[in-house]
Ligand binder design. Structure first.
Ligand code: GRF
Length: 186
């Protein structure tokens, strides 16, 4: 039986769109806020759920409680593999109690270079001529580079801004992510 995939999103959902267009079956979409990814799920009749980060942010963000809810939903739907595609909430390590080496993340740099939320800006500031994207298994370490699944390189042009460079990187991610998911879901 084919493994069941969930995709976690926060924003534009262009990676989710690329996954759907590649005829990969998505069993569930989860978002941490209302976003285009949820609209896409509706359009394609994919079950979806918003677990609002804000609902767990009474003062400080309760990452543990938030993650427990996500984990319960994933387990309830018998999800095998989780793809964080532009999901901007860092999950608590308790997700790995149930999904160790089963949560993938795509990051817009060639890890270990430029970890963190400003990867594209940092690559530009560093003056590198090549950057790219990385698909890796997420662990309790942010942007962990120990379990890299795939990487694709992208040239940096002198005329690039953060927007143009990120656009070029995302175009590569939209190829890299579905290609690998197809193999990993077998
Ligand atoms: C991607 O570049 C991903 O690497 C980063 O956020 C972006 C998500 O884009 N974490 P989208 O929401 O799939 O369009």
């Amino acid at each position: 039986m084919e493994k069941k995939l969930a995709v976690l999103v926060s924003g534009n959902g262009t990676n989710l769109e690329a996954i759907i267009k590649s005829d990969i079956s998505v069993s569930l979409v989860i978002a941490d806020q209302m976003c285009w990814g949820i609209e896409l799920a509706h359009e394609h009749d994919i079950p979806s759920q918003i677990v609002r980060r804000l609902d767990y942010s009474n003062g400080a963000f309760n990452r543990f409680e938030y993650t427990k809810v996500i984990r319960k939903i994933l387990l309830g739907r018998e999800i095998d593999l989780v793809m964080m595609a532009g999901f901007m909430t860092i999950l608590d390590r308790c997700i790995f109690d149930s999904y160790e080496m089963k949560v993938l993340n795509t990051h817009p740099s060639l890890l270990p270079a430029f970890q963190g939320k400003r990867a594209v800006r940092d690559a530009l500031a560093a003056g590198v001529k090549i950057t790219g994207c990385t698909l890796h298994y997420a662990t309790e370490r942010l942007d962990d580079d120990r379990f890299i699944v795939d990487q694709r390189s992208v040239p940096v042009y002198d005329t690039d801004t953060e927007t143009t460079l990120h656009r070029r990187i995302k175009a590569k991610e939209r190829i890299m992510v579905p290609e690998n998911l197809r193999l990993l879901l077998r």
